[in-house]
Design a protein around this ligand. Structure first.
Ligand SMILES: C[S@@+](CC[C@H](N)C(=O)[O-])C[C@H]1O[C@@H](n2cnc3c(N)ncnc32)[C@H](O)[C@@H]1O
Length: 216
């Protein structure tokens, strides 16, 4: 019954229909397009890593933005459905200690220009728990960024609004030339408190230990 309702909602969702029409594996494609229009986080020729990339809507957008001179690596525990020539896949849990090393191997040892994360935990519907799990994913993504992102690189990380986020904001603002919290159009969000943390031009690293200290 719940699955039938989920299927009916998907069929009625105009973003899902548009993604299907335009050949994107998911509606998340339009979230990256929205943020790219605002802040141009990805440039032609860039190397981009996406953590939590399945099924691959954002990956396909990133692939179009970097063009044939660029490279995009999608990381997820689930299968990725994006077969563009400039896209590579890595099936791994981002909490696996070997994840940063595996990312660098797939990038042929070259650090990336942009790291994005749309990774979400399995939500249990208890906001206090879901937001904290998401906060931990943000910090894990920054740990990986510390090992795979170039100096001067950009990040875009999914988070959920919560009181602790203000402390992360303070750290991230001090580590990037430009830092913003971005909300996507409400109709595109399934979780109403979803925001993306966008940092342009990282000049301070490592970031993750500062974040862990800030949230306690
Ligand atoms: C909202 S979906 C991502 C959608 C994707 N950005 C797109 O454009 O199609 C969140 C993804 O995060 C992944 N994820 C969650 N926790 C993860 C983990 N610990 N390691 C790897 N992937 C994870 C899930 O498997 C899921 O595919």
């Amino acid at each position: 019954m719940a699955r039938n309702r989920w299927l009916a909602e998907r069929r009625a969702d105009p973003w899902v229909r548009m993604a299907k029409r335009e050949g994107y594996p998911s509606r998340a494609a339009y979230k990256l397009k929205h943020i790219q229009r605002l802040y141009s986080i990805i440039s032609p020729g860039d190397v981009v890593v996406e953590l939590g990339a399945a099924p691959g809507g954002m990956l396909k957008v990133a692939s179009e933005l970097v063009g044939e001179r660029g490279l995009v690596l999608g990381v997820d525990i689930r299968p990725i459905h994006c077969t563009e020539e400039n896209v590579r896949h890595l099936k791994i849990d981002i909490y696996d200690p070997s994840a940063p090393r595996e990312v660098m191997r797939l990038l042929d040892g070259v650090r990336c220009d942009v790291l994005i994360s749309d990774a979400s935990p399995n939500l249990i519907g208890v906001p206090e728990i879901d937001t904290l799990k998401q906060l931990d994913i943000v910090i894990r993504c920054c740990e990986i960024a510390d090992e795979v992102l170039k100096d001067g690189g950009n990040i875009m990380l999914k988070a959920f609004e919560c009181p602790e986020l203000a402390r992360l904001d303070r750290v991230l603002r001090s580590c990037f030339d430009n830092y913003k919290r971005v909300t996507t159009p409400p109709s595109l969000r399934k979780h109403s408190s979803e925001v993306y943390l966008v940092g342009i031009g990282r000049w301070e690293a490592p970031i993750a230990p500062l974040l862990r200290a800030a949230v306690g």
